[in-house]
Design a binder for this molecule. Structure first.
Ligand SMILES: Nc1ncnc2c1ncn2[C@@H]1O[C@H](COP(=O)(O)OP(=O)(O)OP(=O)(O)O)[C@@H](O)[C@H]1O
Ligand SMILES: [Mg+2]
Length: 364
């Protein structure tokens, strides 16, 4: 499929009085892409969507939707729809009339309305609930009606503002899968706002990680997870062990009294520079000392330490390790399929700790 540009945002800024809510953001979103804005509360996500929808006028910068500058285009003339966190359904209308609402207002022919509403109901798997009222539906079903009501207009871009925020965790995970499948099926460009990192990682083609009105990193889920550009991204997307060190030589960083191999360290660093390194807890392997290696393999970097604390997570254990040089690391140890587990760790037990040098991420 040819990737054309659905959205181009150039140097967009939004101020409320003196407060800068969105600070000089540039972004491009391809046609058919599932693009997420991820960041903590108040970082400017909703403001970005509202500017794309036309509900908010940028203080400066430009927005081009499907090749057309939209500065002077009112919301209802943009080929864009927005799905809000609160479903905003009409309680006095049944499901099919909620979905048909926009089409009726635009005076689309009756037959066509019937056909399109039928298609939309099928798409969100609610054909059997067409005549139900919103208050007879579950949260997940209401959210699907809200989605159908937006999709029935066939927008080129769908803006979704934390659409699953009101759902409990299990339904949320289920709706993530459904929403992603629907997006694939209809091929509409989605701009999806969330502050849930797992949601963004599992659904998106690309993620823009935002903080205080700015985009800190914009890349694929794998890239932001495996190569976070800054401490903020490393910390916001999953937990990370952060190590402060100094460049010892090419590819080597001294942290306390140990020298770590760090292949990720590029030529822009000089000997003596301070650097910050992150290692994901699930990349840290822990083995009993004086026993044959079980998880640590030959090309890992290893240090000695002891178990300081342990949290049982069901799917595994989260271990806090005190290293022989005084540092601390968190390791996430997955439960395995092996019957005989040796993961009966005791507090204070001496251990070997290892990781692949490639898993040391250098942060800016
Ligand atoms: N109309 C407004 N007037 C003044 N300040 C505003 C207005 N709208 C938003 N803000 C401020 O701009 C900042 C960004 O708000 P925004 O709603 O975009 O955040 P958000 O990332 O969507 O947060 P959340 O995850 O909590 O929904 C916030 O500090 C907010 O208080
Ligand atoms: Mg918001």
């Amino acid at each position: 499929m040819e990737q054309s540009e659905a959205i181009r945002i150039d140097g967009i800024t939004k101020k409320f009085g003196d407060f800068v809510a969105v600070d000089n953001i540039d972004l491009e979103v391809s046609s058919g892409e599932f693009f997420s804005l991820l960041g903590p509360s108040g970082c400017g996500k909703t403001t970005m969507l509202r500017m794309l929808a036309g509900f908010e006028v940028p203080t400066s910068g430009s927005i081009v939707l499907n090749g057309e500058p939209v500065e002077n285009v009112p919301p209802h003339k943009r080929n864009v729809n927005m799905v809000f966190q609160s479903y905003a359904l009409f309680d006095h209308l049944d499901v099919q009339d909620n979905i048909a609402f926009g089409l009726k207002r635009r005076k689309v022919a009756k037959e066509e309305i019937g056909r399109r509403v039928g298609d939309a109901l099928e798409l969100v798997d609610l054909s059997t609930r067409a005549t139900a009222r919103p208050n007879e539906l579950s949260g997940g079903q209401r959210q699907r009606v809200a989605l159908a009501r937006a999709l029935v207009n066939k927008p080129q871009v769908l803006l979704l503002d934390e659409p699953l925020g009101a759902l409990d965790l299990k339904l949320r995970r289920q709706m993530q899968v459904e929403l992603k499948a629907i997006q694939r099926e209809v091929g509409i460009t989605f701009v999806y706002v969330t502050h849930d990192q797992e949601e963004a990682l599992s659904m998106s083609d690309r993620i823009a990680v935002m903080s205080a009105g700015r985009v800190i990193q914009c890349a694929s889920p794998e890239e932001v997870y495996e190569h976070p550009s800054e401490e903020f991204v490393a910390g916001f997307i999953g937990i990370s062990n952060l190590l402060q060190g100094k460049v010892e030589s090419r590819g080597q960083v001294r942290v306390g009294d140990v020298c770590l191999p760090v292949p990720d360290l590029d030529d822009s660093y000089s000997v003596g520079d301070s650097v910050q390194i992150a290692v994901r807890p699930e990349k840290v392997a822990v083995d009993e000392i004086d026993k044959p290696a079980y998880k640590i393999v030959a090309d890992m970097f290893t240090v000695q330490g002891e178990i300081e604390s342990m949290v049982y997570l069901g799917v595994g254990n989260q271990l806090t390790l005190r290293l022989s040089n005084g540092g601390r690391l968190v390791a996430l140890e997955q439960a395995t399929y092996r019957v005989q587990s040796h993961d009966q760790w005791k507090i204070g037990q001496p251990v070997k700790v290892g990781w692949h040098p490639e898993h040391c991420m250098v942060l800016k």
